[in-house]
Design a binder for this molecule. Structure first.
Ligand code: SAM
Ligand code: SF4
Length: 485
């Protein structure tokens, strides 16, 4: 099967004035990706071969992914769903990692057509949280049981790499009873190489940058020329510069609804393969946010993604990149989140509020002029924990790999035989136990302890299991926390 470079010739471009990657390249060939999404319905036998390759845990090429994208016949779509569920079950197991977003500042010099923070939106209430306000928000999140946060910033000179790094250090320093934030990820503008070095020194986890749309003309329509975000290639190569600066934990994403979902899925796969091929490490995560209503935004693209197609997006991504985590956010309504979880989602946010200061100031209703877009799922963390437990998942707050320097962890999880049993499951169970002991109401505690007993029963007897049982007991009966393998 041909590989990505056969379908997307890499065109070197002139160096940009910011400290750029050594080889800024455009690895997205619009014409080629469009042709791949517009082919005749594929031969079902060929589609089944591709599904079988994925179930053998091999990443798919862009062309192979295109066959799944073009397989519209309901029976084939169902086969793709079933394969995604199988891959999720047999490869990932039943852990779901939980996190929460924390918006630090919404000043922004860009004018993205879809975002409530765009600079010409005069209705947006602009704010940057002070140190004291950040402390309040983090304490409120810790009080609920959160251990993993993603900090979100607009793009503005105020939010320099040094400011981000200082904010990350501040968040790590905030303790509240047994509460602490153990992993801080970032979603912000692409930086130059020096900038990434500065934020990496603060101990960040994943640096996420979403390309929004891989389709060049749509990108140009959504992002005003002359704004920093108007530079497609600066953004496309944003994570390449991060790798060159030593950050090897990267998240990519596309905003679904700006352009044809089929094209965007191929763009994401092309991006993942480019990083894998160039840096030998693929992205840690892929995000697939769907366009939501936002303050000062009245965008009709004609490419809005239906629920039925959204399910296909998730299932196809699961099959195309078997080793990459998939993040499903609270943009989506609760019922849909519950349904698509089984297609291979590995991380979700829960209890999220995205108004600036929202974790202490927001009421039940959302304040659209204070948030980037509207959320679809406002349930508190505990309600989501309960549902996950009821549905047979193990909610996890594990942060061990990144803290032990086991980055490229998604790779290790699968490349090292027994890694999930040896590390992931025990760490999921001990972080779940912390949650149950320190934060959960009685009903959740009972449901969680039942799940833990079921999971322990499936672990082979031996010293690891003994150690784990001893640690879980320590968490239940002493002040010891943060015990990880
Ligand atoms: N300012 C940074 C940037 O643009 O890279 C941070 C990104 S923003 C805070 C996080 C992501 O939210 C964006 O990359 C975009 O994909 C998504 N987003 C923006 N507006 C949205 C909307 N109306 N509905 C859903 N997601 C949206
Ligand atoms: Fe600014 Fe990001 Fe919103 Fe664009 S998506 S207007 S860059 S906050």
């Amino acid at each position: 099967m041909s590989s990505i470079e056969q379908i997307s010739p890499i065109r070197p471009i002139r160096r940009i004035s910011r400290i750029s990657s050594q080889d800024t390249v455009d690895f997205i060939d619009d014409a080629r990706l469009t042709a791949l999404t517009a082919g005749p319905p594929p031969d079902p036998a060929r589609v089944r071969e591709v599904i079988a390759k994925s179930l053998a845990k091999q990443a798919l090429s862009v062309e192979e992914t295109a066959l799944l994208v073009c397989a519209d016949a309901p029976a084939l779509v169902e086969e793709v769903f079933e394969a995604a569920r199988t891959l999720k079950r047999t490869v990932y197991g039943n852990r779901i990692v939980l996190f929460a977003p924390l918006y630090i500042g919404n000043y922004c010099v860009n004018d993205c057509a879809y975002c409530g923070f765009h600079r010409s939106n005069l209705d947006a209430v602009r704010r940057t949280l002070s140190e004291a306000e950040i402390r309040q928000q983090v304490e409120a999140l810790e009080d609920k049981g959160h251990k993993r946060l993603i900090l979100v910033f607009g793009e503005h000179p105020r939010y320099s790499p040094q400011f981000m790094a200082d904010t990350v250090r501040l968040v790590y320093s905030i303790r509240n009873g047994h509460g602490s934030v153990r992993r801080v990820n970032i979603n912000a503008a692409p930086l130059d190489i020096e900038g990434y070095r500065t934020v990496k020194a603060a101990g960040i986890g994943t640096y996420q940058i979403f390309q929004e749309t891989y389709h060049h003309p749509t990108y140009a329509r959504m992002h005003k020329a002359g704004t920093p975000k108007g530079d497609y290639l600066w953004r496309l190569n944003g994570l390449s510069r991060a790798f060159e600066a030593g950050c090897d934990d990267m998240g990519i994403g596309a905003l679904f609804g700006l352009y044809d979902w089929r094209f965007e899925v191929l763009g994401l796969v092309a991006h993942a393969l480019h990083l894998q091929k160039t840096y030998n490490v693929g992205p840690h995560t892929i995000s697939f946010p769907r366009l939501r209503p936002a303050s000062g935004v009245n965008l009709r693209t004609g490419y809005e993604v239906s629920d039925a197609d959204f399910k296909r997006v998730i299932a196809i991504l699961r099959l195309a990149v078997p080793y990459t985590g998939l993040i499903l956010t609270a943009r989506e309504p609760a019922a849909l989140r519950r349904e698509v979880m089984s297609f291979g989602v590995s991380q979700i946010d829960a209890g999220s509020r995205i108004e600036l200061g929202g974790y202490t100031e927001a009421g039940d209703a959302q304040a659209r002029d204070r948030e980037q877009f509207e959320l679809g799922d406002l349930r508190p963390l505990d309600a989501v924990m309960r549902e996950l437990l009821d549905d047979g998942y193990v909610p996890s707050f594990c942060t061990a790999c990144y803290r032990l320097g086991r980055t490229g962890e998604h790779f290790m999880e699968f490349a090292i035989p027994g890694f999930i049993k040896r590390f992931c499951t025990p760490n999921a169970l001990s972080t779940l136990t912390e949650y149950l002991v320190d934060y959960a109401p009685e009903e959740t505690r009972v449901a969680g302890e039942k799940r833990i007993a079921e999971e322990l029963a499936q672990l082979p007897d031996g010293s690891l299991k003994r150690q784990l049982i001893e640690r879980l007991e320590r968490i239940r009966t002493t002040e010891d926390r943060d015990l990880y393998f």
